[in-house]
Design a protein around this ligand. Structure first.
Ligand SMILES: Cc1cc2nc3c(=O)[nH]c(=O)nc-3n(C[C@H](O)[C@H](O)[C@H](O)COP(=O)(O)O)c2cc1C
Length: 403
């Protein structure tokens, strides 16, 4: 008996879990795995919406066949061409040679570049519709959320939005498929980690997509993304998160990230954290950049308004594991944060000066003076660290009072 779950009448979940892959995009740790969600609409015309990674193609095809038996597939809707969703397109075509591939102009450019020329294309434009019988599909182009060809498909009668990677997250679906069946605290963390690392750079385009959906005035009862839970009970919850994250709205809290070999820089991180706590800040996360993967760090930086970065000097520059952190922040074009800087050096420095250059480029509001201790922090440097903590706590608390 295959795990095919009905999302709503005659719309089936035919996605699969991946617990084998260590790194998503060969970059982002998949400690809790990932699901590749695909959907099947079994109507007069049969449509599949997105496929799965090629390593999971057999499990996916078995699910499709388990539902439709001898029937054929009429349409394959391609919302997103990234290979974790397009990996079984060829298999679908081989099994169902008459299937019509449905996508926009860009979809087919990508399709041919990845998999070679195919035929039976149905090129749709923004707002076009497709009739399956009892189900009507309407297409919305949502470019750069997070690839150029990305689109969303809305099923009009059951009000289901097949949203591609938008609203998706890491984490396999371990039994529970729907938002009301799972522990949302776990998935929200993994959705934010997915958002901040994969989609976040394109916040302006997320805002455009949300605006398009709002202007279309579509009633969304179910959000069916290509990763993570299907939102059937509270879809507005994930829409709100996306709205907040893409507008760089934050919660009160501070992320302190440091690079340290022998513990001197770390001492300053702990000291700043203690002072923040004494001032009443409750959400404080300290990360050793060499120990925690940057994807988790950026996810918390996405959440909290205060960021304090520390580094010892290393071969005239920044400590290497901190390089990954500032690179990821800059690449994400993350805005609207407070920034404090600290570190240590025994010779002529390199760590704090590199962080200061980063501060000039990123243009976040700088908190206090950067502090650099000679080899180990002493009273004078601790005092400067305290000033950073005080000023930062004050700013965060003042904003709390405004709310
Ligand atoms: C491999 C290595 C390279 C270093 N490079 C520099 C450097 O370029 N400039 C400098 O001022 N200190 C340099 N130092 C000294 C450390 O930055 C300094 O001792 C610092 O206090 C160590 O901080 P930590 O205890 O947080 O690791 C280097 C130390 C090591 C081990």
């Amino acid at each position: 008996m295959l795990n095919t779950v009905e999302v709503t009448k005659n719309i089936h979940y035919v996605g699969v879990n991946d617990r084998e892959t260590h790194l998503f995009e060969n970059l982002w740790p998949l400690d809790k795995g990932v699901s590749y969600n695909a959907y099947l609409i079994n109507d007069d015309k049969v449509a599949i919406i997105d496929t799965v990674k090629n390593t999971k193609m057999d499990a996916f095809m078995d699910k499709v066949e388990g539902i439709i038996g001898d029937k054929s597939v009429d349409y394959l809707i391609i919302n997103h061409m990234e290979p974790d969703h397009s990996g079984a397109i060829k298999a679908v075509r081989e099994r169902y040679p008459k299937v019509m591939l449905v996508g926009n102009k860009k979809t087919f450019e990508f399709l041919e570049n990845f998999y070679g020329k195919m035929d039976n294309y149905y090129i749709i434009d923004d707002g076009d519709t497709l009739d399956l019988g009892e189900h009507q599909l309407k297409f919305y182009l949502t470019p750069m959320v997070h690839w150029p060809e990305t689109m969303m498909t809305y099923e009009v009668n059951n009000k289901v939005l097949f949203s591609a990677d938008a609203f998706g997250g890491f984490g396999t679906l371990d039994g529970g498929i729907f938002d009301d069946e799972v522990n949302l605290e776990f998935y929200t963390d993994e959705i934010r980690r997915y958002y901040s690392n994969i989609v976040g750079k394109y916040g302006a385009m997320v805002q455009k997509a949300l605006k398009k959906l709002t202007e279309a005035a579509i009633d969304i009862k179910i959000i069916a993304p290509t990763h993570g839970p299907v939102w059937r009970t509270n879809p507005s919850c994930i829409i709100d998160y996306y709205d907040r994250w893409s507008k760089a709205q934050t919660q009160e809290g501070v992320v302190i990230v440091y690079g340290s070999m022998y513990g001197n820089t770390q001492k300053m991180a702990d000291f700043i954290a203690r002072k923040l706590s004494e001032k009443g800040i409750k959400n404080i996360r300290i990360y050793d950049a060499s120990k925690t993967h940057v994807s988790y760090i950026i996810s918390d930086i996405w959440r909290f308004k205060g960021v304090v970065l520390g580094s010892c000097a290393y071969n005239t520059g920044l400590f290497p594991s901190m390089e990954a952190v500032i690179h990821k922040i800059e690449n994400s074009q993350l805005k609207n944060r407070y920034l404090g800087i600290f570190g240590t050096a025994s010779w002529s420095g390199g760590g704090v000066s590199t962080l200061n250059q980063f501060a000039d480029r990123i243009k976040w509001e700088k908190i206090g003076e950067s502090v650099e201790a000679k080899s180990s922090p002493k009273a004078a440097e601790f005092e400067m660290c305290e000033k950073i903590a005080d000023e930062l706590a004050e700013k965060l608390i003042a904003e709390r009072e405004v709310l």
